[in-house]
Ligand binder design. Structure first.
Ligand code: G3H
Ligand code: 13P
Ligand code: ZN
Length: 315
């Protein structure tokens, strides 16, 4: 069942976070639904602009609508990840997405507010919720001075003003994480001090943590052993998701870790089965491994086991 993130966030706020997972193809879709049902978790499917044009946006919509029929117990939101204004309108008018993200975080404060406000008005008119972003995610290098790093993080005072003036439903905040497999060069991590300040200014308001892949070292080692070259890859400590959830993070975005599962499975499989040229055996291994990965993340997020409670809340 496709729902907006509003009810999911109501159920989760302050207690656990909902996993937001990016998908691109059939195998990911199957693994995603299986993993969430295995762990009895509500979830968010994220579709990026790149995913929409990988095959065709209608193809992804068809996959998800089919999965909804194959797995009728699933409760999930369909969300545009990092949308620009034009793509947001396309999704709002599609009748398929229940949530969009307008990412105008690269613009100055006032322009970000103006763009976000326009998208919020269009989305709310159709019952669709909006995630916006303030601050800039980036790789945290050890040589970067604290002042310089802080400048890109979300300013807690501005966060409150931004939410009040735009009317957005959730806010992606920059709290030290970044996208991709190379997030940290030293022992940096989530800036809980900044997150706590943001929550103080926006009590009860759902916050979103992007760049939340943990880049498991065991996964990286297996990929490298099977011919990959990912040395130095490092991510967020997944054991800190619970602490972030207590501080108002209700949505945790994970994409890179899923790509690592795909890479490890395929590299190892073809190394061990050099004679194989059939796509189904490996596809089956991937779907099972992807489902296991999703269920594991949901345990760390605390969303595992929450499906029935959310169903009751939805009435
Ligand atoms: O934040 C970006 C997501 O990881 C999606 O990546 O734009 O390559 O699909 P993508
Ligand atoms: P990762 O690259 O850490 O998986 O982050 C994904 C993300 O933030 C998607 O919006
Ligand atoms: Zn992101």
């Amino acid at each position: 069942m496709i729902v907006t993130t509003k009810k999911l966030f109501e159920a989760a706020y302050g207690k656990y976070a909902i996993g937001a997972y990016n998908i691109n193809n059939l195998e990911q879709t199957m693994g995603l639904f299986r993993g969430n049902l295995d762990s009895q978790a509500p979830f968010i499917i994220q579709i990026s602009k790149g995913a929409r044009s990988y095959t065709h946006k209608i193809m992804l919509e068809g996959l998800i609508r089919s999965a909804d029929m194959v797995f009728p117990e699933a409760i999930f939101a369909v969300h545009l990840d990092h949308g620009d204004e034009e793509t947001c309108y396309d999704c709002i008018n599609s009748g398929f997405y229940s949530s969009v993200m307008i990412d105008a975080s690269h613009e100055d404060f006032e322009t970000n507010i103006a763009i976000t406000k326009r998208v919020v008005e269009a989305a709310h008119a159709k019952g669709i919720v909006v995630e916006a972003e303030l601050g800039q995610l980036g790789g945290v290098e050890e040589h970067v001075k604290v002042d310089e790093a802080n400048a890109k993080l979300t300013n807690p005072d501005q966060a409150r003003e931004f939410v009040e003036r735009t009317g957005c439903d959730s806010l992606a905040v920059a709290i030290g994480t970044s996208h991709g497999a190379f997030k940290f060069t030293g022992d940096q991590g989530i800036r809980f001090d900044v997150l706590a300040q943001i929550q103080q200014k926006l009590p009860g308001f759902p916050l979103v943590m992007h760049g939340s892949s943990s880049v498991p070292q065991e996964e990286v080692e297996r990929i490298n052993k099977a011919g990959g070259k990912l040395s130095g890859a490092k991510g967020v400590d997944e054991n800190q998701f619970a602490q972030a959830a207590k501080l108002g993070v209700t949505k945790v975005n994970i994409d890179t870790d899923g790509r690592l599962v795909w890479t490890r499975v395929h590299r190892e499989y073809f190394l061990e089965h050099p004679e194989n040229f059939d796509l189904r055996p490996i596809g089956k291994v991937f779907m099972a491994e992807y489902a296991k990965f999703i269920a594991h993340k949901n345990e760390k997020l605390g969303s595992a086991g929450q499906l029935e409670a959310v169903r009751k809340l939805l009435g």
